[in-house]
Structures are given as structure tokens and as C-alpha cells.
Design a protein around this ligand. Structure first.
Ligand code: URA
Length: 431
């Protein structure tokens, strides 16, 4: 088959700061998915995009081309509106776990296609897989059946959804081209739009533990994604939220499930409850559904817990089973007394990862019980010798490097210095 373009022309256009035309973008994504454009050519184009950017028309067309590379789900068989949430990822960010069943209990349907962790941030599927029996891979028919019966489903994206993104993401990972706003925004939004949700709330993380550590860059990413969603007819809003300090009091798979269940039982750490409720209210409002109850009531009266249990059971899990516990624990104590004024989310995330909670290569298995419990957060008074962290792992040889990662992770002040942390909700962006 003769090809409409030569990849070299498209690469040189972007290298020379030109705009790519719609037909060029359509072709290059399609030809790369078909294997006609080689990895080395796409790598060069991705680097040119990272260095020279794309305008909003180019980003929008690039996103559309990725959507068209695969199937598009649709949920017209449901009798309630769909709404989803996407977080750009952080340490201790288990919000999806209580949030999806909570929003379902309030009356909207939540089709959540989630991912696995890579690097220092955890993945929702890895967390849920610590529940005995729970299954992440569902067919489209199974997904619809769970959504109909429970109002929420959390599962892995099938191979038919945005296959261009799967290839591109793997290539970006090994060519230092992950951190380009046009590429991140199109990657996330192609999957969310193809997932078929009618409304979407984006939780864009910023701070040292996020991969957009600069709040201005996080805002720009949020704006680009809101524009892409809105143009595609998805009611999209974004919150830019703090990821300088870990969320909640746990980082690690089963540990985070346990904390999520505490939230669903009406308890849990204040920051997790606050962010869950803020996101739930945004999701319910964006979906347009008349809520069956207020989300705070659904956490108090057991309705969200009932939805959670139904959703876990529908995917083969036992919501009442004992969660895995790591074989080994060690406690790290405060070196001095005073006010805890800072806790570095990145250091805590790397430490949990080194304990076995995360993976360093795609396909590696993770330890269900590994991770970190946090015993004090910024703003609290601590006394020398009191526990600050409990580290969990199945292999005690991992403790040394995990403890090294925590070097300098907390600051304790005796001089009344101000607590160093970002507000939990930094900014809200609407389409
Ligand atoms: N998550 C994605 O799905 N894609 C990116 O590019 C970054 C985060």
C-alpha cells in the first residue's frame, strides 16, 4: 500500500517548529499503530514535540487520532449518567477506592478504567488485587453487567482501547519523552474519552510527590485536559491538588485498601475524607444526576460500604476476607521533639516502592502487604523516640534501602517555624 506521507517529512516539520496538519497527524498515529512508522522515527517525533510543543488544534487532533486507533465504549444501556475521575497519581492516593462506590451510592454510574503503578506512585489495580479473589480483567460485557448491578466498576483497560497510546506510552518511557504536556494530556484524555464516560473530574497532582511538581505546569496540564474533554463533548473539570505530603496515613497496596475501608466505614484520615467528598460532589454535579443522598451521609449510613462490597464481590473478591500482612515490620522513630513541619511525599513513595509495594519494570509482581504506615503528619507535635513510620515488607533485606530513602523525609522544628505544606485543594478549572 502506498503511504500518504513520509515519516521523515513530519519529523522535520516539527523539528523546525512547524505545525503538523490534520492529515499528517492522522497518518502518523495510524501508521505507527500499524508498524509502518518505526520506533526510532516516532522517538524523534516525540522528542521534537517535547522540545517544540503543539498548539491546541494539534493536541486535539493527536488525541482524536489515538481514540480512533481503537474501540470506543458506550453506556447507553444504563439508566443513570456516567461519570469518572482520573488522578495523575501520587503517594498514598487511594481516593478511587472509596470514591467510586460512594458516587455509585449517590446515584451516578462510575466506569473506571485504571492502571498499575510504575515507579514511586501506586496503581489502583495493584491495590485492589490485594483483596483475595478480586479480578482486574473484565470483558466489555462483564463491565456493563457490574455497572448495572453495582453502579461502579474498577478494572483494567482492555487491549482494544487506544492501542496507539499503549505503544506510544511504552516508547515515551524509554526515550525521556514522558514529561511533555501535549503528550501527557493526549495520553490520558484519549483513554478517558474512549472509555465513554459522559462527565470527568480530573485530579491533577502537584508538589514533590507528583510528576508535575510545579503548580504552574500542573495548572497548564489541567487546562489542556479540560479543553480536550470539553471539545469531545465530555463534561470535564479539574482540581489541582496537593501531593507534597503523602495522602492519608498509608502507602502500599493492602495497607491502602485497609485505610479506604475505614473511610467507607465513616472514619479514616481527615485529608482522605475531605478529598473524597470534594471529588464526589464534583462528580455528582458534573453527571447531572439528582443525588439520592449527600456523599457525607452515604459514608455515615453504610450506603457507600454496601456499594463497595457489592462491587468487590461482583469482580470475584471477598470484601470480608483478611487482607494480606507483610512478614516483617520495623519502626522508625522521631530523632527529636517538636512540631513536625514537613514530610516529603517523594521520599515516602520511593521507600514504599523499595519495600516491594511497587515495581521497577512493567510486568513485575508487587508485594500485597508491603508499604509504610505513617504515625504523624505535618502540623502535629512529636516527642523524641515516638514512632513516625512502620515499614512493612516480606523481605527484611529491603529495609536498609527503604530506610535510606527516608533520610531527611521529615523536618521537626523546635522554633515555631511554619508548617511547609500546600493547601489540599489548590485550584479548580472548569470547561
Ligand atoms: N498517565 C497516562 O496515562 N499517560 C501519561 O502520559 C501520563 C500519565
Amino acid at each position: 500500500m502506498s503511504e500518504a506521507f513520509a515519516a521523515v517529512e513530519i519529523i522535520s516539520a516539527k523539528r523546525d517548529r512547524g505545525e503538523l496538519t490534520d492529515p499528517q497527524i492522522d497518518w502518523v498515529i495510524d501508521a505507527y499503530t500499524r508498524g509502518v512508522v518505526a520506533d526510532e522515527q516516532m522517538s524523534a517525533l516525540l522528542m521534537a514535540i517535547l522540545l517544540n510543543g503543539m498548539n491546541s488544534r494539534e493536541i486535539s487532533r493527536w488525541t482524536d487520532a489515538m481514540i480512533k486507533s481503537g474501540e470506543r465504549l458506550e453506556w447507553s444501556a444504563l439508566d443513570r449518567p456516567t461519570v469518572d475521575k482520573h488522578s495523575t497519581g501520587g503517594v498514598g492516593d487511594k481516593i478511587t477506592l472509596p470514591l467510586a462506590p460512594l458516587v455509585a451510592a449517590c446515584g451516578a454510574a462510575v466506569p473506571q478504567l485504571s492502571g498499575r503503578g510504575l515507579g514511586h506512585t501506586g496503581g489502583t489495580l495493584d491495590k485492589l488485587e490485594s483483596i483475595p479473589g478480586w479480578r482486574a480483567s473484565l470483558s466489555n460485557e462483564e463491565m456493563l453487567a457490574v455497572l448495572k448491578s453495582c453502579g461502579a466498576v474498577i478494572c483494567a483497560a482492555g487491549s482494544g482501547l487506544a492501542p496507539a497510546d499503549k505503544k506510544l506510552y511504552a516508547l515515551r518511557d524509554v526515550t525521556a519523552t514522558v514529561e511533555a504536556i501535549p503528550l501527557i494530556a493526549s495520553s490520558i484524555m484519549s483513554k478517558k474519552i474512549a472509555e465513554g464516560t459522559s462527565a470527568l473530574i480530573l485530579d491533577v497532582k502537584t508538589g514533590v510527590g507528583a510528576f508535575m511538581s510545579d503548580p504552574l505546569k500542573a495548572r497548564e496540564l489541567a487546562q489542556v485536559m479540560v479543553e480536550l474533554g470539553t471539545r469531545a463533548g465530555v463534561k470535564t473539570r479539574a482540581l489541582v491538588t496537593a501531593m507534597d505530603v503523602p495522602l492519608g496515613l498509608t502507602a502500599g497496596n493492602a495497607l491502602e485498601v485497609r485505610e479506604s475501608i475505614e473511610v467507607l466505614a465513616g472514619g479514616g484520615p481527615a485529608d482522605i475524607v475531605e478529598l473524597t467528598l470534594v471529588l464526589a460532589r464534583e462528580m455528582i454535579d458534573a453527571s447531572g444526576v439528582k443525588p439520592l443522598m449527600d456523599p457525607a451521609d452515604a459514608l455515615r449510613n453504610g450506603a457507600a460500604m454496601d456499594s463497595w462490597k457489592a462491587m468487590i464481590r461482583a469482580q470475584g473478591g471477598d470484601p470480608d476476607a483478611k487482607l494480606p500482612v507483610a512478614k516483617e515490620q520495623t519502626v522508625i522513630t522521631a530523632q527529636s521533639s517538636g512540631e513536625l513541619i514537613a514530610m516529603d511525599a517523594m521520599k515516602v513513595g520511593v521507600s514504599a516502592w523499595r519495600l516491594g509495594a511497587g515495581r521497577s519494570r512493567q510486568g513485575e509482581s508487587v508485594q500485597a502487604g508491603a508499604g509504610i504506615e505513617i504515625h504523624a503528619k505535618p502540623g502535629e507535635q512529636v516527642v523524641a523516640g515516638q514512632p513516625l513510620f512502620t515499614l512493612h515488607t516480606d523481605e527484611s533485606a529491603r529495609f536498609e534501602r527503604a530506610m535510606e530513602a527516608l533520610d531527611g523525609a521529615v523536618k521537626i522544628s523546635q522554633t515555631g517555624e511554619k508548617v511547609e505544606r500546600l493547601p489540599l485543594i489548590i485550584e479548580r478549572i472548569e470547561g
